[in-house]
Design a protein around this ligand. Structure first.
Ligand code: F6P
Ligand code: MN
Length: 363
């Protein structure tokens, strides 16, 4: 029994009724994506029982365009996303982290008005350790609806997203969605095979004492990141006057979901290791959708030099620095970057900077 609970299907159709001029295309697309996520969830949860773990291909495994080793589940999840969406008529094209070029819609299928970009299995380097992984997706309008998409059609800033979401394959399978009207999360009820709305209108607390960064990269960090983390680590007796806690799952979907539920900060900043590539995470199917969701939940997502969603992409697999989470901490990190760009020396709590700017006043 649903006991008054809202399924994803019902939620999507009710949203569609509220949107004037909606044709049902978008609802159909979301429904197909959610079906793909259920199939991937099933494959992920079977793990070793169905031979799902390990690398794809012969000795040492294949690599994707990012130079990352592909896991079997990366390839399976990519195929599931493509097969679930290619035939529907809702799309003019797709792009995936696992594919060098964008994926055209073959001539035997109708062409629609949307573009779908996705990371089929984020965090998959963790899969053999049974750590949470997920599927991230972003939906854009194709400038030439009904035609074959071109590469340029995909190169839109995150502000143009009409929808973003991610599925998280953890102890529960969750689907987190935004269409620009807040963030709602659904839990997969395996008994009925449906996502059920369990976390309506998620909001990120503005204050937090928890941050996540891969500290093994410390020697590559820029001064503002060094400054922020050093101050957190100094704890109660340092300039922040309180202790901080640290987490690093190395699975961005899992970190994003933690931040949605209890606040926090995630940093994969620009550093000397990734500078020549532009950053570590990918703009179109990692940073933008997560940035959209975080902003819609009241958080902030920046590169250190501006808002993630304002970055104009130059290529499909473009990388960017990503820093997101609770508003007051991200604003502080943005101010530290600004100080660095302006050539200002880091100051301490007793300095005029901290007493005149309300942002830095400690409680
Ligand atoms: O897809 C990239 C990703 O797996 C993210 O999910 C995660 O945050 C990051 O890479 C982990 O990077 P590293 O292995 O450098 O800690
Ligand atoms: Mn990823």
């Amino acid at each position: 029994m649903l006991d008054g609970r809202t399924t994803l299907t019902q939620f999507i159709i009710e949203e569609q009724r509220r949107a004037t001029g909606a044709t049902g295309d978008f609802s159909g697309l979301l429904y197909d994506i959610s079906t793909a996520c259920k199939i991937i969830s099933n494959a992920v949860s079977k793990g070793a029982l169905a031979g799902m773990l390990g690398v794809h291909g012969e000795a040492g495994g294949s690599t994707n365009i990012q130079g990352e080793t592909q896991k079997k589940l990366d390839v399976i999840s990519n195929d599931v996303m493509i097969q679930s969406n290619i035939w529907s008529g809702h799309l003019a094209g797709m792009a995936s982290e696992e594919m060098d070029d964008f994926i055209p819609i073959p001539p035997q299928y109708p062409h629609g008005k949307y573009l779908l970009v996705f990371d089929p299995l984020d965090g998959s380097s963790n899969i053999d350790a049974n750590i949470s992984v997920g599927t991230i997706f972003s939906i854009l309008m194709c400038p030439n609806a009904g035609a074959n998409a071109t590469l340029e059609d995909f190169l839109q800033p995150g502000t143009e997203q009409v929808c973003a979401g991610f599925a998280l394959y953890g102890p529960s399978t969750m689907l987190v969605l935004t269409t620009g009207n807040g963030v709602n999360a659904f839990t997969l009820d395996r008994d009925i095979g449906e996502f059920v709305l369990t976390h309506p209108n998620m909001t990120i607390p503005a204050e937090t004492s928890e941050f996540a960064i891969n500290a093994s990269n410390e020697r590559f960090w820029e001064p503002p990141i060094r400054r922020y983390v050093e101050e957190c680590l100094a704890g109660k007796t340092g300039p922040r006057g309180r202790d901080f806690n640290m987490r690093w799952i190395a699975s961005m979907v899992a970190e994003a979901y933690r931040i949605l539920t209890r606040g926090g900060v995630f940093l994969y900043p620009l550093d000397e290791k990734t500078r020549s590539k532009g950053g570590r995470l990918r703009l179109l199917y990692e940073a933008n959708p997560i940035g959209f969701i975080i902003e819609q939940a009241g958080g902030v997502a920046i590169t250190g030099r501006g808002r993630v969603m304002d970055v104009m992409p130059g290529e499909l697999h473009q990388r960017v620095p990503v820093i997101f989470g609770s508003k007051s901490e991200i604003e502080r990190i943005a101010a530290y970057h600004q100080d660095y760009i302006d050539g200002k020396e880091p100051t301490t709590d007793s300095s005029p900077l901290f007493s005149t700017r309300s942002l830095f006043r400690t409680q």
